[in-house]
Design a binder for this molecule. Structure first.
Ligand SMILES: Nc1ncnc2c1ncn2[C@@H]1O[C@H](COP(=O)(O)OP(=O)(O)OP(=O)(O)O)[C@@H](O)[C@H]1O
Length: 311
């Protein structure tokens, strides 16, 4: 539905978005996952026509968007990272103001306000001043504003930053509802757990470039290991008494990678079945706890960029 082709943006001599392609499909959530400063918000601004790309174009159903004044932009809803609300007005008055901006009025606007208050779980607080709302409630109202004009494409720029768990779950429910309605969703985040949980497809960006795109299973299939064993020791692992060195660990059946960080040791395994043998070799030595399972997106990011998402 919404497609970006070869988007690039430079600030001075720094290229912050570099030849980026992406595609949003109806009834699907695409996660744009990358560390702080990867270029996600800049990409979002270009997708919405708020920022002119230096190169590339944005297509909506195959037709190129012509910047900020293009009427087709009405089909796109943006939930910006920065809250854009009138603190001294009530939630309802905020929605009336945003609805008027979209050209909604009268009974249509009243019905849309009722519907989005319901979706965002704010119906009972509709007539309270926004200044009295928690951070999570403000976020939910921010989302409600973007839903007023029933856009086909919805873009969420890190909507859960600084949000309490209850509001975060309400936001996730809203995303699932919108996806079920056949809308195309883009969700930017630097929380890989959110990308894993919410997104049908995930595009990993780093330094403005797309480094991988696919479903979670497709991305995990890029890894040389199919499972991980994580162990925590009482002391930093180089000092733990008698703990085997990397070469010894790599000689164990199915062990393909060893990563040490502080008192944590992580083994990449060919299969989950190899976890028991590796664990036997590591018992004692001050082992405090362990867990095993399939690798996370973090492992994909590390394998592709040599860094962790939180570096
Ligand atoms: N107007 C601007 N002028 C100069 N540099 C900018 C401007 N806007 C963004 N940048 C730089 O571009 C890079 C990408 O920023 P952007 O906000 O797109 O990243 P992001 O992935 O959204 O990060 P975050 O998760 O922290 O919001 C950063 O290095 C940022 O400092």
């Amino acid at each position: 539905m919404l497609e970006a082709q070869g988007l690039s943006k430079r600030y001075g001599d720094k290229t912050v978005v570099n030849d980026l392609n992406l595609r949003l499909r109806s009834g699907q959530t695409l996660g744009l996952l990358g560390p702080n400063g990867a270029g996600k918000s800049t990409t979002v601004a270009m997708l919405c026509g708020l920022l002119k790309p230096d190169q590339g174009q944005v297509l909506l159903d195959g037709r190129a968007l012509q910047g900020d004044a293009d009427p087709a932009k009405r089909r796109i809803g943006l939930v910006p990272q920065e809250l854009a609300l009138y603190e001294l007005l009530s939630a309802r008055a905020n929605l009336q103001a945003f609805g008027a901006l979209y050209g909604l009025a009268g009974a249509t606007l009243a019905e849309r306000i009722r519907a989005v208050l319901e979706i965002s779980g704010l119906a009972e607080r509709a007539d309270e001043r926004v200044a009295n709302f928690s951070g999570g409630m403000k976020r939910r109202l921010n989302i409600a504003c973007a839903l007023l004009h029933e856009p086909d494409v919805l873009i969420f720029d890190e909507p859960t930053v600084g949000v309490d768990p209850q509001s975060r779950n309400a936001i996730f429910d809203t995303l699932e509802l919108l996806r079920g309605q056949g809308r195309a969703l883009l969700y930017t985040t630097h929380y890989m757990e959110e990308a894993e949980r919410l997104c049908d497809r995930i595009q990993i960006v780093d330094h403005g470039r797309s480094v991988a795109e696919g479903s979670l299973d497709e991305l995990l299939a890029k890894l040389p290991v199919a499972a991980e064993l994580q162990l925590q020791f009482a002391e930093a692992t180089p000092a733990a008494p008698g703990l085997p060195d990397d070469a010894t660990l790599l000689a164990l059946p199915g062990v393909r990678a060893v990563h040490r960080q502080g008192s944590n040791l992580k083994l990449g395994l060919q299969s989950l079945d190899d976890a028991a043998g590796a664990l036997d070799a590591l018992r004692g030595h001050g082992l405090q706890q362990f867990s095993s399972g399939r690798p996370s997106l973090e492992a994909v990011f590390l394998a592709l960029t040599g860094r962790t998402l939180r570096d």
